[in-house]
Structure formats: structure tokens, C-alpha cells
Ligand binder design. Sequence first.
Ligand code: ADP
Ligand code: CDP
Length: 239
Amino acid sequence: MNRSQLLYAGKAKSVYRSEVPEELIVSFRDDITAFDGGKKDIIVGKGAFNARISAFFFSYLEEHGIPTHFIRMTDERTMVVRELTMIPLEVIVRNRAAGSIVRRYPFQEGQVFSPPVIVMDYKDDTRHDPMINEDLICALGLLTREEIQTIRKLALTINRHLTDLFSNKGLDLIDFKIEFGRSGDKILLADEISMDSMRLWDRETGASLDKDVYRFDKGDVLSAYAQVVKMMVPEGYGV
Ligand code: ADP
Ligand code: CDP
């Protein structure tokens, strides 16, 4: 497969044009960053774990009625996706308080949100991804009010599916970030769903099994990611 034309190299993935119109090739790299790019490293093997679990979740969600950009894996770190016009929003679903929400508001770390809290950030590294609200999203022309409701509903449904999958394995999904894009008048789930973009706590020990292991030097990042993939993705799934 020809993937010579690099369209975009982000912080953790590279996006290439494919020979097939309206398809893109996404390569999950081993780069890891935190704190607005202030901490950076390469963790050999990380990209493949994130690609594998993302592919598994996208397929699972697609089977359960959520439209996603995922088409197929071509190797352990590479997936073919539908080309979308990305909506520059980071949609964050929070089941319990952790991270920026605890720093910015008087919540206790681990406090349960029932119902879950959805926060949206405007995706713009130069502006440090500021939190955004419905009026601003409409004023910027990113989404209509109806589309905001569609995305909120999708996010909550995705949360239910992921929470159940993790819960069955003794893991608590604390929060996660997803992105959406447009194809014509359709809105699809895009980007990734991986240990880089969620917080997961072991129910028994409370240990983090996500990027917080890297952010706060809590242990071996690759082993944590490997453990989650082993627990969640059935043997023989994918390429
Ligand atoms: P970042 O841009 O945050 O540094 P990545 O390194 O993950 O992120 O880069 C991947 C980029 O590809 C992101 O900007 C993401 O919005 C974009 N993207 C993800 N899925 C698609 C898609 N289906 N079509 C077009 N762009 C996509
Ligand atoms: O604590 P921090 O500022 O890193 O982030 P947060 O706002 O608490 O992030 C909530 C969730 O979204 C976490 O699971 C992050 O890993 C994820 N996130 C992400 O994947 N990408 C971002 N740019 C921001 C948050």
C-alpha cells in the first residue's frame, strides 16, 4: 500500500493519504507526550498497543450501532479509516473526577459523577485546548445545537459500552476523550480510543493503567498498556 504522502504528523499518530479516495492511513507511533507537550518520550511498542485496542473498540462500537471511521488494520500499528472533516473538539466524558477537573474545580479526586459529566475542549494546541461551551461552539460555527445533542448522546452511549466492557474485567473507566468528524451530513466517531486518551483504574488496587503512569512516573508504561490490551482484546483479534 502506497502511503508516501504524509498529510499530518500529530503528537502520537501520522496520517497518510491512501490510494483509495476518501480513505486515509493512520499510523500509531511510539511517541508519547504529556503536559501540553512539555514531557515527551518514545516508548517502543506503545503505538501497536494503542492501535490494537482502538481497532477493537471501534469494531465493537460499530457492531453496537455507533458509526465510526474505522475500516481495517493493515499491520499492528496501522489502520485504514474513512477520511473525515474533523470537528476540532475534544469530547471528554467523566465518570469520576480526576485530572484537570480536580485542579480547576472543587471536586475530590475519585468523586463519582452520576450522571457522567461531559466537557468539551476546543482542539487548538496554540491556545492550549481551552474548555468550550455550547454557545461558543455555535458561535464558532463548529456544530448546530442539534448536532451538539447528537454528539452528547453518542458520547454517553459510547461511555456505557466502554464502561461495561472494562467493568467486566475489574477496571473502572474514570474518563476518556473522543473526537468526531463529518462525512457529508453524517457525524462519525474518529481518531482513537486508547490508554493515551483515557483514565483506567484497577478496581482492586486503584492502580492507574493509562497515560497517568507516564505523566506521573508511576511505573512501567508499556507493561500497563500491555496488561490492558491482554485483558480487553480477545486472542486472535485483528491482524
Ligand atoms: P494531535 O493532532 O492531537 O497531535 P494525533 O497525533 O493523534 O493528534 O494526530 C492524528 C490527527 O488525525 C488528529 O489531529 C485527528 O484529529 C486526525 N484524525 C483522526 N481521525 C481522522 C479521520 N478519520 N479523518 C481525518 N483526520 C483524522
Ligand atoms: O489531567 P489532564 O489535563 O491531562 O487532562 P484532563 O482534562 O483531565 O483529561 C481528561 C481525559 O481526556 C484523560 O483521560 C486524558 O487522557 C484525555 N485527554 C486526551 O486524551 N487528550 C487531550 N488533549 C486532553 C485530555
